[in-house]
Design a binder for this molecule. Structure first.
Ligand code: SRM
Ligand code: SF4
Length: 519
């Protein structure tokens, strides 16, 4: 391995984690998975159990030992009814332990699985074109795109084939196997494709009258530092995205920081090299990978792009770009699903649409391709009482990470607390417009708290002399034309005081009106 520009020429000895990653890549466990499952998870060594299995999307959960989580990867957030049915049946077999979540990367995670469930499940998924490959740990994560791709009246470019082509390229034999850290990639296709929280984002942009993509790099959230992606200064055409992404990853794999995990995301490498040198290095890596005149087709670019407003929530009944068709966006409270609701969603997609569903980063689900005359029949379906097309102004864009039910980093329960708070505030106030709240259980920021108009982060605070569960409050996140990360407003409100504090905030800053007290 070459020396890291971040850690200096005399690279320090590899950490225990890096040694384990270098010794055996988790991808190589796949052919042996059935054998490992037969022996039982208790006989796995620690690195295999807690690190390598994540290359297959399999997560050991210390909070529920023996009950595993499987994180899929759903390119562009597209899932078909038969695929969702397989996932529902899997969750159903887990009985009271089974559930699923829509994630903040347009993705699905299944919970409550036994280790021995994994080999037959992965095979069944293969047959239906589903994968969980490289969805966790130091890997390129689920690639996101416009959830309305192909049906969006405002579409600039259909992101689905591009996202699929990038994923397919990363899965070829020369794809990344041992990155220094996680890596998020996204492709924008509409004026509201806010994607600057990704390590690598391709945003639609013109150059000399042609439509292509400007490259934004280095966005990320973490406990230490949060950054929006900045222009790389390169413009490319859609067919160049797959090789360009792989070139960026090859360079990151070779040069990223392996000495300090809290300084290993892409932005630290850009800082260490300087943008000009970094750009030159990835352009050279791209030229070497793609060959021919590929690098000469790249253009220098100032980073101006066609994304200029905050994402639509996509909820409710919306006419598609295709005449006679609409999509119905359903609100899934905190993204939580169970076997029954997954089966119902699959049935609705088949009965009313084309059998396809879309997932959003706000953890909601869309049913596309519904003929206009089917609207009232779809609205009459019982599931729409639970997954409402027109939820309240607070509910519509309430996002939450997993929290302490399954995540050992969490300082508080998130989804349940968030849902109860939304319901309590709905009883207390009326809002003139939607307010986007993002809940996250710890500073890792999986629930994207800095992107919320209000961000809430699990914390501890002192109350009556005792440490209690609390939330930090962040305010002012914007995904509009002039994007901003939310900033700390309060460093710890005990959860028991949160309804009063939030009510006051909504009144003072978001135009909420208090409802008359109920008799
Ligand atoms: Fe995350 C680690 C859940 C999106 C930043 N994240 C974790 C782990 C794996 C920790 C663990 O092992 O328990 C969580 C699994 C809990 C569980 O059982 O579900 C976890 N992250 C999630 C999900 C499920 C939250 C959700 O409810 O939606 C999201 C899965 C997305 C997916 O489908 O791939 C999820 N995580 C994010 C995002 C948001 C995004 O990608 O837009 C972020 C911030 C953006 C970013 O990464 O730059 C995020 N997760 C982290 C971090 C901090 C990364 C860092 O550089 O420090 C960690 C901890 C780590 O990697 O060391 C983490
Ligand atoms: Fe777990 Fe923290 Fe991520 Fe929430 S933000 S899922 S608590 S790691």
């Amino acid at each position: 391995m070459s020396s890291s520009p971040v850690s200096g020429d005399s690279a320090p000895a590899l950490s225990k984690l890096e040694l384990a990653k270098a010794e055996l890549c988790g991808l190589d466990l796949r052919p042996r998975l059935a054998e490992l499952a037969q022996e039982g998870w208790e006989s796995l060594d620690e690195a295999t159990l807690t690190v390598r299995l994540k290359w297959l999307g399999i997560f050991f959960r210390p909070v529920t030992p023996g009950r595993f989580m499987l994180r899929l990867r759903l390119a562009n957030g597209v899932v078909q009814a038969d695929q969702l049915e397989l996932l529902a049946e899997t969750v159903d077999r887990c009985g009271e332990h089974g559930s699923a979540d829509i994630t903040t990367r347009q993705n699905i995670q299944l919970r409550g699985l036994l280790f021995e469930d994994m080999p037959p499940l992965l095979e069944a998924m293969d047959r239906l074109g589903l994968t969980s490959r490289q969805s966790g740990h130091d890997n390129p994560r689920n690639i996101t795109g416009n959830p309305l791709a192909g049906i969006d009246p405002e579409e600039i470019v259909d992101t689905r084939p591009l996202v699929q082509a990038i994923q397919a390229r990363l899965f070829q034999p020369d794809g990344p196997r041992n990155l220094p850290r996680k890596f998020n990639v996204a492709v924008g296709g509409a004026p509201d494709s806010f994607l600057l929280h990704n390590d690598l984002a391709f945003l639609p942009a013109t150059h000399e009258g042609r439509l292509g993509f400007t490259v934004m790099v280095g966005g990320f959230f973490s406990a230490q530092r949060n950054e929006l992606a900045i222009p790389l200064g390169v413009w490319l055409e859609g067919d160049q995205l797959p090789d360009f992404t792989l070139a960026v990853l090859h360079h990151f794999e070779q040069c990223g920081n392996r000495a300090a995990r809290n300084k290993s995301r892409l932005m630290y490498l850009i800082d260490a090299l300087g943008m000009e040198a970094y750009r030159a290095a990835v352009v050279a890596a791209y030229g070497a990978l793609a060959g021919g005149d590929a690098a000469s087709r790249l253009a220098t670019h100032d980073g101006t792009h066609l994304v200029n407003r905050a994402p639509r929530d996509g909820l409710g009944w919306n006419p598609q770009r295709q005449d006679g068709l609409a999509w119905m966006g359903l609100h899934v409270p905190m993204g939580r699903l169970d076997a029954e609701t997954m089966l119902e969603l699959a049935r609705l997609a088949r009965t009313y649409g084309s059998g396809e569903l879309r997932l959003t980063e706000a953890q909601n689900v869309l049913i596309p391709n519904v003929p206009l005359e089917r609207e009232s029949a779809l609205r009459a379906e019982p599931l729409l009482q639970r997954f409402r097309p027109e939820p309240s102004a607070l509910q519509a864009e309430a996002v939450s990470c997993t929290g302490n039910a399954y995540c050992s980093f969490a300082l508080i329960p998130t989804k349940g607390t968030a849902q109860a708070l939304v319901e309590e505030l709905e009883r207390r106030v009326e809002l003139p417009h939607a307010v986007r709240t993002h809940w996250t259980g710890c500073p890792n920021a999986c629930g994207q708290p800095y992107m919320g108009q209000i961000g809430l982060m699990g914390a501890k605070a002192r109350k009556d002399g005792e440490m209690v569960e609390a939330a930090k409050i962040f305010l002012g996140g914007s995904m509009g034309a002039d994007p901003k990360l939310a900033e700390l407003h309060d460093k710890g409100v005990p959860l028991s005081e949160l309804p009063d504090v939030m009510e006051q905030l909504l009144v003072e800053r978001f135009g909420a009106r208090r409802k008359a007290a109920q008799p």
